[in-house]
Design a protein around this ligand. Sequence first.
Ligand code: NAP
Ligand code: 8YV
Length: 312
Amino acid sequence: MKPEILMMGPMMPHVEAALDAAYTVHRLYKTDDKDGLLAEAGPRIRGIATDGGLGASADLMARLPALEIVSCYGVGVDAIDLAHAGKQGVTVTNTPDVLNDDVANMAVALVLATSRTLVANDTYLRQGRWVNDGAPPLARSIRGRKVGILGLGRIGKDIAEKLQVFGCEIVYHGRSKQDVSYEYFDDLTAMASAVDFLIAICPGGPATNGIVNAAVLNALGPEGTFINVARGSVHDEAALVSALQSGALGMAGLDVFAAEPSVPDALLTMDNVVLQPHQGSGTVETRRAMGDLVIENLHRHFTGEPVKTPVT
Ligand code: NAP
Ligand code: 8YV
């Protein structure tokens, strides 16, 4: 008999096909009667396939007494209750490393798009203003600018390497100093006041909730740019909007938001922001590699092998 698993949301076709071939898949997102599905199939469900946004709550896991594994399509596991999973003896896996390159590229793209006013200039041209008003104001170079990385982990290190090629100076903040050549700041606000760009790429969750607050944004200042490719929970979104409106903060490049897919209306009309609908890992190649890891972790678990990428 095939193991039974719960799928929290739609996945790439190759992932769904592989999971359908190996398991009896219950698609929670496809039914209006979620309680009914969980009451009927819950006692037999041994695995969950989810993603970084949908996660797996303590309440859900508690309703699945036979649950053994949660396989997450994404590296960030802030939406999975890890403490509860540990207590219930549930293994959690994620998709580290395979997405570093593309998420780092998104951070670099947002640095370039903000500094070179790429989106505002595109609109300027399309609106006929080049013809009518002449050339737009000059943008800013990134060579020689200082970039502060909040979270110098797998992706943060990749961002640092890439931006050095553009001539940026890299510094970082995290809970601990690492064995790297970049300058370390033990205080986030102090780092913000020392840099031109602040890039958030730390995990979401209670420990980082709102740590990019009004004080940090004010320290970054009117000439500063905030880039967030981490989680929307990391910034205080009301403070961010207000700092951008008042000019206390210069610009922002945002791939993530507090209440996705909803984005504050105020941001939609600002020309000092560049916005992305959470597409850091959103390439065919990277999403395929992430999907392969979701499949492989479940497969290894259900054939008695150690999972490939456990969350520790
Ligand atoms: P990682 O290797 O675990 O690195 C995380 C970094 O954050 C570490 O350097 C860690 O350093 C730092 N950190 C952890 N807790 C912190 C805290 N409380 N305060 C300050 N720094 C803290 O993770 P990763 O693979 O690079 O991924 C990072 C995050 O990026 C994910 O968790 C996810 O939320 C996000 N992400 C977003 C996208 C997207 O599409 N936009 C895609 C992939 C990932 P210390 O331990 O020294 O503090
Ligand atoms: C995914 C992400 O888009 O890996 C992460 O943490 O945020 C992204 O790669 C997300 O997990 C899918 O919801």
